[in-house]
Design a binder for this molecule. Structure first.
Ligand SMILES: *[C@@H]1O[C@H](CO)[C@@H](O)[C@H](O)[C@H]1NC(C)=O
Ligand SMILES: *[C@@H]1O[C@H](CO)[C@@H](O)[C@H](O)[C@H]1NC(C)=O
Ligand SMILES: *[C@@H]1O[C@H](CO)[C@@H](O)[C@H](O)[C@H]1NC(C)=O
Length: 398
């Protein structure tokens, strides 16, 4: 850096010379030639190329290939990468859109740097089947659905596990009439990492084939679970039903409100969780299970809310203990006063029982004991009343 004396201008000049020096020194390798991508079979493609012309015979190179599941030029990360010294590469494909990137890499070629990349893509036109997705919703049950850009009366779906194996045809299609828009897959655990789907048929008298790759364990979605709330006076227990799925894969989240407080949650691997119980509170609970990230990705729908208990004043037991005797005493006093005041109407004087009883017996003898005989009424003894002159009345009064 001695020659670079003056700071501002010289540094830039120095830098410029260093950079251009590197560019001049590095001898970038030429790109592969005659690149060609074509179908090899129903499901595989072959990428072919030739060695770049004008390479020194002593220069040994290999080729780096990257696969992208999108249109060229790619913007995301590559799905796979390979290195080869050969001049072709075949690959099973499982998506409608692929793009290969290839570049020449020096392996024993002094002072050479990798070439600029080349891109070559393949699209499976026409895209008759779109938005292909699956829901793994129960042990051994998965539904895959799609939308159609146009009708295909003879559409068929085949699938196999990503690790190879035979092509399984779809047995029960979802859809209305001749229009198939899904497949209900059942009868096996979908535990393999990935599954490849092929949908083919004819469309406007032309053959089409669309390919898809699905990872069932990343697409778990189960129906809502059932929640029970119980207490033993000390603790309140939230018990969830178990999903019809790998049991070790779930984390249970219980969302609850207590009295008028905001919603809180408690979670764990155990389908039963508990809290300290406050019997003066009403509780509302819901449960949602999340498929643990060790197993994949997914969740249940959230359950219907379940209610337990009623809101009460927290000191209600104390208050009941204090107020009850007071109310009872007041009631007793009022009752006593009322009783004394209305004693006569509550317990009216009862006529002397012997007389009454005798009457009853007499009248019974009349009607029952002497039945058949002529009825002779008892003569009522009536005190004879006689009118007396006014003078007598006055006398009585005085
Ligand atoms: C899956 O498809 C079957 C058959 O059509 C249907 O009964 C079931 O409800 C579907 N389940 C889900 C979660 O889509
Ligand atoms: C669809 O693909 C399957 C399996 O590869 C094949 O047997 C069938 O002939 C294809 N259907 C059409 C209409 O080409
Ligand atoms: C909830 O309680 C009902 C009735 O006691 C019982 O039948 C059911 O199995 C319980 N469910 C759970 C998830 O514990």
């Amino acid at each position: 850096m001695m020659s670079c004396g003056h700071w501002d201008i010289s540094l830039i000049t120095c830098f410029f010379f260093m950079v251009s020096g590197v560019v001049a020194l590095s001898d970038e390798l030429p790109q592969p030639e005659n690149l060609h991508l074509s179908w090899n079979s129903d499901r595989s493609v072959i990428l072919q190329w030739s060695r770049p012309a004008g390479l020194d015979a002593n220069c040994q190179v290999n080729y780096q290939i990257e696969l992208y599941l999108e249109k060229c030029p790619p913007s995301g990360e590559p799905e796979r990468k390979w290195r080869t010294i050969g001049l072709n590469h075949t690959w099973d494909i499982y998506t409608n859109e692929i793009c290969f990137k290839i570049l020449t890499i020096p392996s024993m070629c002094p002072n050479k740097t990798p070439s600029k990349p080349l891109f070559e893509g393949l699209s499976q036109h026409p895209d008759v089947v779109k938005n292909f997705t699956c829901v793994y919703y129960s042990r051994m049950k998965m539904n895959c659905t799609w939308s159609l850009t146009s009708e295909s009366p003879d559409l068929q779906l085949f699938y196999n596990s990503g690790s190879g194996g035979s092509q399984n045809p779809c047995v029960s299609y979802i859809g209305s009439g001749l229009i198939r828009t899904g497949c209900h897959l059942h009868g096996e655990e979908f535990l393999n990492d990935s599954y490849h789907f092929l949908v083919n048929g004819t469309h406007n008298d032309a053959f089409f084939q669309n390919l898809f790759k699905i990872e069932p364990k990343q697409l778990v979605k189960i129906p809502p679970l059932k929640l029970n709330i119980t207490t033993d006076q000390k603790r309140i227990y939230f018990q969830s039903s178990s999903p019809d799925f790998q049991p070790v894969c779930w984390v249970y989240h219980f969302y609850y409100t207590k009295c008028d407080e905001g919603e809180k949650s408690i979670s764990g691997m155990d389908s039963r969780q508990s809290l300290e119980y406050d019997e003066s509170c009403s509780y509302r609970g819901r449960v949602k299970a999340i498929y643990s990230s060790y197993c994949g990705k997914g969740e249940s729908d959230i359950s219907e809310p379940v209610y337990y208990g009623v809101n009460r004043d927290p000191n209600w037991t104390l208050k009941v203990a204090l107020i009850t005797p007071v109310i009872v005493s007041c009631c007793l006093i009022v009752a006593l006063v009322l009783f004394r005041r209305h004693k006569d109407s509550i317990f009216p004087e009862i006529p002397a029982p012997p007389l009454l009883l005798k009457d009853v017996l007499n009248s019974n003898k009349d009607k029952v004991l002497e039945m058949g005989k002529l009825y002779v009424p008892y003569e009522d003894v009536v005190e004879k009343i006689s009118l007396e002159p006014e003078s007598t009345f006055h006398r009585c009064e005085s």
